[in-house]
Design a protein around this ligand. Structure first.
Ligand code: ADP
Ligand code: NI
Length: 215
């Protein structure tokens, strides 16, 4: 069933994104966008953010992701086609540009509440059960090992060295996923992150126990 929305602009834009992302298997598929939109809406309502801007930015946040190779200007063009006014479109583009996580230690400036809401929603979709599934799907698509004991978590103080290599999917938890809960901006997202983070910790602990044949 195609994307539906009470606001015809959001519906038209959402459908444009849906059709473009339908064949995407990179972890930036339509269902990732849809989940981020759902979460962002919920967080926006709780935090008192501008809903139209949040919904459009959530739906559009990966349109110009450099990994997908769409030319700059695509997002603005799709927003205009959907009937979104120029000022709102400009605000959506500004948020989308800033959303990606740039790695540990890089300060992330997100000047608007709406941008913080969308970034939080995107980060929440990288953790918890969904985050686990995405990490192994991503690693599998690149032919990575589930886990490599040579880069065991006891060595993660030196993970900077491993980042540059084809590290295993399990290392991604130490490189990024376990760091995300402390990089959330809004209290609503922080509250949602608790259970997701705890689930990942339990998963990794159990994974390593099973790996060693301990349980
Ligand atoms: P975004 O652009 O939304 O921040 P990425 O493109 O970095 O996300 O990643 C998409 C998905 O793939 C996320 O769920 C992320 O955690 C996962 N991922 C990214 N890099 C790796 C990796 N090296 N190993 C395993 N999973 C990864
Ligand atoms: Ni995303």
């Amino acid at each position: 069933m195609p994307f539906t929305h009470d606001d015809p602009r959001v519906e038209a834009f959402g459908r444009r994104v849906e059709s473009a992302f339908a064949g995407e298997g990179s972890g930036h598929d339509w269902w990732h966008v849809w989940r981020v939109w759902r979460l962002a809406r919920r967080i926006a309502a709780a935090e008192g953010a501008d809903l139209l801007l949040v919904e459009l930015a959530a739906l559009g946040h990966d349109v110009e992701d450099h990994k997908l190779g769409r030319p700059e200007g695509t997002l603005a063009a799709w927003l205009a086609e959907a009937g979104v006014d120029a000022a709102t479109a400009e605000a959506v583009v500004a948020i989308a540009r800033r959303v990606s996580f740039k790695g540990a230690g890089v300060p992330d400036a997100m000047p608007t509440l709406e941008g913080r809401v969308v970034q939080d929603a995107d980060r929440l979709d990288a953790i918890g059960a969904i985050g686990i599934a995405r990490a192994f799907a991503y690693g599998g698509a690149r032919g990575r090992l589930l886990y490599d004991p040579a880069e065991s978590p006891e060595h993660h103080a030196s993970f900077e060295a491993y980042r540059k290599t084809n590290s295993s999917s399990l290392m991604h938890f130490y490189e990024k996923l376990f760091l995300l809960k402390d990089r959330l901006h809004t209290p609503t997202a922080r509250a949602l992150a608790e259970a997701r983070h705890a689930f990942m910790e339990a998963f990794v602990a159990r994974f390593l126990d099973e790996w060693e044949g301990r349980s």
